[in-house]
Design a protein around this ligand. Structure first.
Ligand SMILES: [Zn+2]
Length: 334
């Protein structure tokens, strides 16, 4: 990298690992040469600095672009317009590549902050971070990263029980992922499952059923029929069936979901217990009070002492146990 100066370039010795000291040294030396009136020396020094940059190093693109802008200016002053334009265009390309990488990273930082805020129930903060992330990723047209943010925006709407506000983002994520990965991709399945939950919450049950059924098929085809993603979606399908008063279908689906979750997570896992609780509620609606009470009681027994008394599932299971005991008592009396 020192050949162009004819002698060993001491500035090049600075251009190792971290590229910026070497690049800045070349820039400063070239600037001094140009001020002395030695434009040709400035040109040689800048070309040497550009050649010394290892493209894979941190900050290489921005450093090389800065050298090329200086070189482009000198070449313009020397009347070498074609060469100047080549250098300046290459500088613009370097900066653009550098910016895209930085914007992608910035977008993913904001996304991670959004997820953190969501898990800690700071929903307004989460929405703000996702919005900024979305703007950043739309500006660089990174479709996969954008679909991830849209998926999370839809999920946030579900978590804060404002399903309507997330449907558009959920639909766009499905469209983007289908176009990029084909309709059988598990990424599409995850988006469909997400969207199905939102559609269900706003009462668009038919569309919800289509989304969740399709998600279930994709997961089963990709991961096998006993995978936990299949179980989660079977549980959602059961909720759809129950909402349509198709109790037999709902019972069949809950039984499958619970069987898979029990195998994968164990009988006392909160994920399994959520399905058992939902199944107990279904049985209660079907008038099978004693079975329902037993399942609700199982959920309480599995959680009591392990989680705080204000744990949502424990609280709801306790309420169900009390309610079912009362119903059972009334039946015995009448
Ligand atoms: Zn050099």
């Amino acid at each position: 990298m020192t050949a162009k100066l004819g002698i060993a370039c001491h500035l090049c010795l600075l251009t190792t690992g971290d590229v910026s000291p070497g690049a800045v040294a070349h820039q400063e030396a070239a600037s001094a040469a140009f001020e002395r009136g030695d434009a040709l020396a400035a040109e040689r020094i800048l070309r040497c600095g550009i050649a010394a940059i290892f493209e894979g190093a941190d900050g290489a693109l921005a450093a090389r672009a800065a050298l090329r802008v200086d070189l482009g200016n000198i070449l313009t002053a020397l009347g070498q317009y074609d060469d100047a334009e080549r250098q300046l265009r290459a500088a613009a390309d370097d900066v653009n590549t550098h910016l895209r990488a930085a914007r992608l990273l910035h977008g993913m930082c904001l996304n991670a902050l959004g997820m953190l805020s969501r898990y800690t129930a700071r929903f307004d903060d989460a929405a703000g971070y996702y919005e900024l992330a979305q703007t950043e990723l739309r500006s660089i047209e990174d479709e996969d990263a954008l679909a991830t943010i849209l998926h999370n925006i839809a999920g946030l709407a579900h978590a804060r029980e404002d399903a309507r506000s997330g449907i558009e983002a959920g639909q766009e994520s499905v469209r983007i992922r289908t176009a990029r990965h084909g309709e059988n991709s598990v990424l599409v399945a995850a988006d469909l499952s997400n969207l199905g939950g939102l559609l269900f919450d706003v009462g668009r049950v038919e569309e919800a059923a289509q989304c969740v059924t399709r998600a279930c098929e994709i997961f089963a085809n990709s991961y096998g029929p006993d995978h936990h993603e299949v179980a989660v979606n079977l549980g959602n399908l059961a909720a759809v069936a129950a909402a349509g008063d198709d109790f037999e279908e709902a019972e069949r689906l809950y039984a499958r979901a619970i069987a898979i979750k029990t195998r994968v997570w164990g009988p006392d896992n909160p994920t399994t217990l959520v399905s058992i609780h939902n199944f107990a509620r279904l049985l209660a609606r079907m008038g099978r009070v004693d079975e329902a009470w037993q399942h609700a009681q199982d959920v309480v027994a599995a959680l009591a002492g392990r989680v705080g008394e204000d744990h949502r599932l424990l609280r709801r299971a306790r309420e169900l146990v009390v309610e079912l005991a009362r119903t059972s008592e009334q039946r015995l009396r009448s």
